[in-house]
Design a protein around this ligand. Structure first.
Ligand SMILES: Cc1ncc(COP(=O)(O)O)c(C=O)c1O
Length: 361
């Protein structure tokens, strides 16, 4: 019997990458691998994605871990550097910062000790109002960076969409408009806008680099339901989060379950205890009814999620027994469904999978 493990299906990953290439023919791909490749294991996922043109991470430590694992593709640091002292490390590691704030650009322009000029990305705030320089200063910064000895070639001009998951959101057209105008004004050599949702909603997917994260892992990035047979419906989940049933028991009407005795059964029933809990990254606030798949049936979670186990209501007639394997999310039970029950998004469930959960490839 086994406690929680995540079976990572690298064939599904390769399939999703093919689908992404079909969706963005001729475009270059930055595979987004931050937060331990969305919980799937940074180095192993990077190795499996050796054909993509670049890898994207959020933190310098993640980039350095990739280099330590022997990964040689260009790495894009999506939040750029956090201190000017990191610049020589970036130069030595072929790590390309996204420059999203004036202080970063000024620090790079003023730096005196970079061995190899850096390839850089210039991020413009087209309306998300999080990271990026103002559109009316973008041309000035683009030109200053292009002329700098610390910069290799010209920056890639990029931005990020706030609402690409909802293709009908009015914010999309305003952001696309601002970015399109900047591309006309600046005439950058290279451009990038689309994350997974934008790619499948075809919003800005025509620019040179696409930046899929979620879709690589087989999760539908769109919040509106997609028409049958649309490309996004062919994504296949990469992570299968499993754990075994370690106990079963019969309880009578009125008996309660677990900490706080928060749930009781109205009728006599069978319970299954599954060896996964919030210590493994299963969300503690998962409500009663959250589905858990066992032997082809989805059973409802009952009672509180504990650190190491959860309880499911198997009903009076269940054949589930000790040693059977439950799936918390994966091919049998979409993580999108579980996320809705829990009131969160698939990203959070995936990247919260804890260290003690073994990843099996
Ligand atoms: C700048 C940028 N591009 C691309 C992505 C990938 O997004 P997604 O996982 O939705 O495809 C992210 C992730 O948050 C990001 O911050």
């Amino acid at each position: 019997m086994r406690a929680a493990w995540a079976a990572i299906n690298l064939d599904a990953l390769a399939h999703n990458l093919r689908l992404i290439r079909q969706q963005a023919p001729g475009k270059r791909i930055i595979a987004v691998l931050k937060a331990n490749a969305y919980g799937h294991g940074l180095a192993r996922i990077a190795e499996a994605l050796s054909s993509v043109e670049a890898l994207g991470v959020a933190r310098l430590d993640e980039a350095l871990e990739l280099r330590k694992s022997g990964i040689t593709q260009p790495i894009v640091l999506l939040e750029g550097f956090f201190a000017a002292e990191q610049l020589p490390v970036l130069a030595a590691g072929n790590i390309q910062p996204v420059l999203h704030h004036e202080w970063q650009i000024e620090a790079l322009l003023a730096h005196g000790g970079i061995s190899d000029p850096l390839k850089v990305w210039l991020k413009v705030d087209t309306g998300m109002h999080r990271l990026g320089v103002e559109p009316d200063s973008a041309k000035k910064w683009y030109q200053a960076l292009s002329a700098s000895q610390n910069v290799n070639g010209q920056p890639v001009l990029m931005s990020h969409l706030a609402c690409a998951d909802d293709s009908e959101h009015e914010k999309n057209s305003s952001q696309l408009g601002v970015f399109g105008q900047l591309v006309l004004d600046i005439e950058p050599v290279s451009t990038s806008l689309a994350n997974s949702a934008a790619l499948f909603a075809t919003l800005g997917a025509e620019y040179d680099w696409v930046r899929p994260g979620l879709a690589l892992y087989g999760i539908n990035p769109l919040t509106r339901s997609a028409p049958e047979n649309s490309p996004v419906t062919y994504l296949r989940p990469v992570m299968n989060l499993n754990a075994d049933v370690i106990s079963t028991r019969a309880i009578g009407a009125g008996d309660t379950v677990g900490y706080g005795a928060t749930w009781s059964s109205a009728v006599p029933t069978q319970l299954g205890i599954v060896a996964i809990g919030y210590g493994d990254g299963y969300p503690r606030h998962a409500p009663e009814g959250t589905p858990v798949w066992i032997n082809g049936v989805c059973y409802p979670l009952v009672g509180r999620v504990a650190m190491d186990m959860i309880t499911v209501n198997l009903g009076a007639e269940s054949s589930v027994k000790v040693g059977d394997t439950a799936q918390l999310w994966g091919e049998q039970l979409p993580v999108e469904t579980v996320a809705k029950w829990v009131g969160t998004i698939p990203y959070e469930l995936l990247c919260n999978v804890a260290k003690r959960v073994t990843l099996e490839y």
